[in-house]
Design a protein around this ligand. Structure first.
Ligand SMILES: NC(=O)c1ccc[n+]([C@@H]2O[C@H](COP(=O)([O-])OP(=O)(O)OC[C@H]3O[C@@H](n4cnc5c(N)ncnc54)[C@H](OP(=O)(O)O)[C@@H]3O)[C@@H](O)[C@H]2O)c1
Length: 247
């Protein structure tokens, strides 16, 4: 029997990059995957790719920006599946740049998608998981939540908040059978980072691995945390960054 047979998972930002790779890997293990994102063309393509490989998937379009959009996504998920067993909080934006050039609108957008939306998705789903006595939440943070660097302050601060929430939720929901953990990726080639070009390679060069990751390498770590392979892991922030924060 496949590892995630008879489970349903919700992956935010499943239309691209790390989320797409995670959605495909979860479906390969037998999960019914609900993919969320704004881009219907990319979302439907991921669903089609999963279904043609024999998996189960549905696309739930959503522009996630606040508590209401998070709650609405969960309500639509509940129309498709009896329960969400695994939540992957992956959708994120990462505008980089000097502090003085950041607008208030940009600041609010980063904290809305990277912090507020995961917060209210967990608020909707974790209590139900706790009632059932099992469930898994995997958050996607970043290595730049771990150290200071020019231009990454706003983004890193938002993911540092998500890292702390990971530990708080592990304390709150772990005793009720819900494991909450995070993957902290280093520079990864995705649609979203394509425009960074050589800058991404330069960032990656500082780590022992000396290269960028593929989305599938990050998805492998998400799978570890999403399955019983990590049954004794609670509140961990797993660096998948080529060793960058270790040295
Ligand atoms: N790539 C890296 O180097 C790297 C490193 C560390 C951490 N991370 C983190 O990993 C996660 C995924 O990164 P990625 O590089 O795979 O990103 P990506 O290729 O840019 O994909 C981002 C995903 O988020 C969704 N999204 C963006 N804004 C949204 C909104 N307002 N409402 C709903 N969905 C929205 C996008 O869907 P639509 O376009 O369909 O809306 C897309 O599926 C992010 O949280 C990022 O911070 C990435």
């Amino acid at each position: 029997m496949s590892e995630l047979q008879d489970t349903s998972t919700l992956v935010t930002g499943g239309t691209s990059g790390i989320g797409r790779a995670a959605a495909i890997a979860l479906a390969d293990l037998g999960a019914h995957v609900l993919i969320s994102g704004r881009d219907e063309v990319r979302g439907n393509q991921v669903v089609q790719d999963i279904r043609s490989a024999g998996g189960q998937a549905d696309f739930l379009p959503a522009d996630l920006r606040d508590a209401a959009s998070a709650r609405s996504l969960v309500a639509r998920a509940r129309e498709l599946v009896d329960q969400v067993d695994v939540l992957v909080n992956n959708a994120g934006i990462y505008p980089l740049g000097p502090t003085e050039r950041t607008t208030e609108r940009e600041f609010d957008a980063v904290f809305a998608l990277n912090v507020k939306v995961p917060y209210f998705l967990v608020a909707e789903l974790a209590p139900e998981m706790a009632k059932r006595g099992h469930g898994v939440i995997v958050n996607v943070t970043t290595m730049v939540a771990e150290f200071g660097a020019t231009g990454t302050g706003l983004y890193g601060a938002s993911k540092a908040a998500l890292a702390l929430l990971t530990k708080s939720w592990a304390a709150e929901f772990g005793p009720h059978g819900v494991r909450v953990n995070a993957v902290s990726p280093g520079p990864t080639r995705t649609d979203g980072t394509a425009e960074l070009g050589d800058d991404l390679d330069q960032l990656a060069a500082a780590a022992p691995a000396g290269r960028t990751a593929t989305a599938e390498e990050i998805a492998d770590a998400i799978i570890f945390l999403a399955t019983d392979r990590s049954s004794f892991v609670h509140g961990a922030i797993l660096p998948v960054d080529g060793g960058r924060i270790a040295v």
